[in-house]
Design a binder for this molecule. Structure first.
Ligand code: SF4
Ligand code: FES
Length: 362
């Protein structure tokens, strides 16, 4: 099998965050500040990524602005000829910080939003952040940097989808990712509180289609599929170890941000191995490359080169076996792990009291 070069690096520079979103993509076991890579270690990672052929880096967290050395890292990434995207909650993005990041060479900013109304957004984030995000969006637009936004969609905010799109247009976003929640980590812990009913999702999708028409010359919209309601899984991260890699705050190198939850694998660390060795030779990256590892029904399935058997993290989290077909697949023997969850929420009333989330910690 021919091994391609990784296209993108997700640099999870910290798990610290002022927000507590109940669908956070960070693992349940958050890494403490004292375990984070040092500035010099990150500089080495970014230089190695450039040498390896990586084209773009996404600085994310937690909240990457909590790293006081972020400007130094951005500058190094640009020296390594990487396109630099900052994924942020916007909390802490003062005018001065934005000026420093712009000078360091940042190329674009992706700002998250939780809902269209401050009351709902702040209750989802577990922090009064909505107004601070509006101010951050204003500063980003004033700086001339491209503003991209994203919202995680779930039972509590799907009814606001048109208003959320309107809000992002008003804040000046060029692109909005409408990401239906994916249930790993914190989101899986909160699945009973987050999972929408099928009818609610259908109404939201119809509203999205209307808004796409209405704002077609003003904003680019990306609809990330709600996979629990699909017949087949998504080709998660474009295939394990095919296009991208993630470096966690403590230096472990992962094929995706959720992979550390797969207990049956162990992951190499940039403190001990070069990035290029890890990409090419590590047992964890090679574990699910290609299709030789697949058991039935994927092994003989005609879709195996289209979806790569779906998401390895979801397979592990729902079945305990990372090699098995993603339970989203209608041919998976574990499809019940999805249908049982859908059935358990299908009678929830639209006017039920606000859900009590298990918020992520700091
Ligand atoms: Fe994809 Fe495997 Fe299902 Fe085929 S059987 S559609 S390869 S998950
Ligand atoms: Fe890890 Fe899908 S989230 S492979």
């Amino acid at each position: 099998m021919q091994l391609d070069l990784p296209y993108a690096l997700t640099a999870e520079v910290t798990h610290r965050c002022p927000l507590h979103c109940p669908y956070c993509s960070n693992p349940i076991e958050l890494r403490q500040r004292e375990n984070e890579l040092s500035t010099d270690e990150w500089l080495s990672v970014l230089t190695q990524a450039g040498d390896l052929g990586v084209a773009q880096v996404h600085f994310t967290g937690g909240e990457p602005l909590l790293r006081q050395d972020l400007e130094v890292l951005v500058h190094c990434a640009r020296e390594a000829e990487l396109y630099v995207n900052l994924i942020t909650s916007g909390i802490g993005l003062t005018e001065e910080r934005l000026r420093q990041l712009s000078e360091a060479g940042i190329n674009s900013v992706q700002l998250s939003v939780q809902a269209s109304s401050a009351k709902l957004a702040d209750s989802i984030a577990g922090f009064n952040s909505h107004e601070l995000k509006r101010q951050a969006a204003q500063r980003i637009r004033a700086s001339g940097l491209p503003l991209h936004m994203n919202v995680v969609l779930h039972r509590a905010n799907l009814h606001q989808i048109e208003e959320i799109i309107e809000l992002c247009v008003e804040w000046g976003a060029q692109r909005l990712e409408l990401a239906n929640a994916q249930y790993y980590g914190w989101a899986l812990r909160n699945v009973q509180q987050l999972l929408p009913r099928r009818e609610q999702l259908q109404e939201a999708e119809a509203a999205y289609v209307r808004a796409r028409e209405r704002f077609r010359n003003q904003i680019e919209l990306l609809w990330i599929l709600p996979d629990y309601y699909e017949e087949f899984p998504k080709p998660c991260i474009g295939g394990w170890g095919r296009l991208s890699l993630t470096v966690a705050p403590d230096g472990r190198v992962l094929p995706c941000t959720a992979a550390s939850e797969i207990r049956s694998l162990s992951f190499e660390n940039v403190k001990e191995r070069e990035l290029s060795w890890i990409w090419k030779h590590s047992p964890s990256f090679n574990a699910f490359r290609g299709s030789d590892w697949m058991p039935e029904p994927c092994k003989s399935c005609e879709r195996r080169e289209l979806d790569y058997g779906g998401c390895r993290c979801q397979a592990f989290l729902l079945t305990g076996d990372a090699r098995t077909a993603d339970p989203v697949c209608k041919w998976s023997p574990h499809r019940y792990a999805i249908t049982d969850r859908i059935r358990s929420i299908e009678n929830i009333d639209d006017h039920a009291p606000a859900p009590v989330y298990s918020y992520r910690g700091r």
